[in-house]
Design a protein around this ligand. Sequence first.
Ligand SMILES: [Zn+2]
Ligand SMILES: [Zn+2]
Length: 277
Amino acid sequence: MAELEFAILGTGGGRFAMITQKRRTAGIRILSKDVNIHLDPGPGALIHSVKMGLDPQKIQTVLVSHAHPDHYTDAEILVEAMTRGMSRKHGLLASTRSVLHGNKNCGPAVSRYHQRMPKELIELRPGVDFNIGEMRIIATKTVHSDPDAVGFRFETSDVGDVGYTSDTEFFDGIGRVYRGVRLLLLSLLRPSGKPWRGHITTDDAIKIVREVNPELVVISHFGMGMIFAGPRREAERIRSETGIHTVAAKDGMRLRVGKEITMSIGNKKQKGLEEFA
Ligand SMILES: [Zn+2]
Ligand SMILES: [Zn+2]
């Protein structure tokens, strides 16, 4: 695996960013020579995959972190794409008990019909790990209104590790979960000073980033309050408080983790970190 790519299909999070599509809610595609994963396919995942030229029929794994609609609504459609329109048992669906079976708050979110077609089904809890090609994926702890929700740590031997917090509020030890990752994808629904149960604010993000100390932080999953506050401004606040490169994700941004971490968007050619900061 010489390079690992994260195509950010959507940067919106929470109900109103989703309903209005002020920011897309299509999740993240993770790509390398032997990996094709769609992570958190919310509304728009199918459409924006096609629009970005990322063939949904090439997906090998659908990963859903929890049973909230901004993370799961297109999961069934992507399972259909992954299984040749439900004609061939293929691929992996990995998700939480809430998504697969339901808990007292939410779910189930993927029908039994769709759970039957992937070749493999994995139920995720913090600590569960599995391999896809040369990549090891570990489900991580969150504290969220779906009590089964997980985040992820993606580990590779040649380009290092990447963390994805998914939706969580701040908890003791969250920094340890992602320590040592090169790239931290931080779901930051709320700006500084506007806390909301089950989510972090920029103030919490600063504490987490200090503990994790990654090469690059990319904030995403913006709620309406965050969109109005200005994600770029909040990213700059994290950067100035921690000294760590922090950028606000944009819909359609592609992050490439190789020897260096580079970014591009649309047809613009690859850019250095400073130009996005
Ligand atoms: Zn969310
Ligand atoms: Zn959520």
